[in-house]
Design a protein around this ligand. Sequence first.
Ligand code: FES
Ligand SMILES: [Fe+2]
Length: 441
Amino acid sequence: MLSHEDNLLLTQVGQGTPMGALLREYWMPVVQSGEVEPGGKVKRVQLLGERLVVYRGKLGQPGLIGEFCPHRLASLYFGRVEDAGMRCVYHGWQYGLDGQCLEMPCEPAESSFASKVRHVAYPCVDQGGVIWAYMGPASPPPPLPALEWTLLPESNTFISKRVQECNWFQALEGGIDSSHISFLHAPLHHTDSEVTRELDRASFGVGEAVQTADRAPRFEVVDTDYGVLIGARRSWPDGRHYWRITQFLLPFHTMPPTDRDERIVQSHIWVPMDDTKVVNWMVTWHPDRALTPEERQVHLEGKGAHVCDFAPATSEPYGDIRTALNRDNDYGMDWDVHRGKMFCGIPGFGVQDQAIQESQGIVVDRTRERLGTSDAAILQVRKRLLGAARALFERGAPAPGRNPESFLVRSASVLLPPGASWVDGALARIVVKPGGQLTLA
Ligand code: FES
Ligand SMILES: [Fe+2]
């Protein structure tokens, strides 16, 4: 349970809010690199309550500019992308990549008005097949976090994203909630090997966890430089402990556990559009090899946590990534499957998560919740973010996680003897650099 004030602090991300200010200290994914072409089609997006247009200049450099032209607020979605940046088609005002107005061809030639107008614009870079923007105050911006998947060839990764109609933080909470897989994503009977095999194929290690039949994992959490390391312990049939290890990386990346043998890793990024909508990015990657066509197909078909089936595009920001299965059609709920086969009859992991996260209300009222021991990770991540947002807002304390290299981590699953340290036991799987250490907070 949270106080009303803390719930607002956690969930409000607009201009001038403490959490909005904290999130602006970190790089944010905007669109995939291939979605905008040099001098070509642009896209409407929304980040932290701001309506923006992302584009690629004719020379290839990515740009992110406020959607509404400062002259008389026409949409720059219809703008002309030029060498220098973006030109409004209403009266021809031209803006550089940094938002500086460069030309006002509708004003007298002797006018210096252009030099006095600066539009909202944010620095962008391409990394890992994604355009990232920095919306914070630092100049120059901090370095990008060294997320493993952003450093690999694009053939090693599969990326999807979709809009969810709920507050960003309840969606993120679903990403660190290691106990729900034994219910929301599970077959009705844990011995249903056909389903558990399918679960393992689609989303790594969930079938394995379900087969343990231990539905009450014990949680332990450790604060690290980059975020929070979360261990969930289940009993393995031979008496060993089965640890599923989730990562939370500041400010909005989560990595669900992998399975024990395969090295494929997954991560969500929960990027707030505003207080009521979130873009749920999902990345699957293999550290050492390209993903196979079969592996990509599983994701394209929505059998795992990716969702790639969208409703007809609209002209709203991110209007092309609203899921086809959504609140309006009860997410494709199949009551026969619900009765006879699966714990929840909604098809596919990703849609199951979305349905449940949206069902909590647009913004969860955390004054009404009743948390148990299985919510330990959620409590810790809330504490970390609330503390960092307050410290920045009240004292100007630097945002945590400033060492980009500390983000070179993965999630994992390991089997360990009872009593063994799960952090030490999983270290070789968790740190990307052989022999590397975790930086504890
Ligand atoms: S509204 Fe953009 S130039 Fe006039
Ligand atoms: Fe889930």
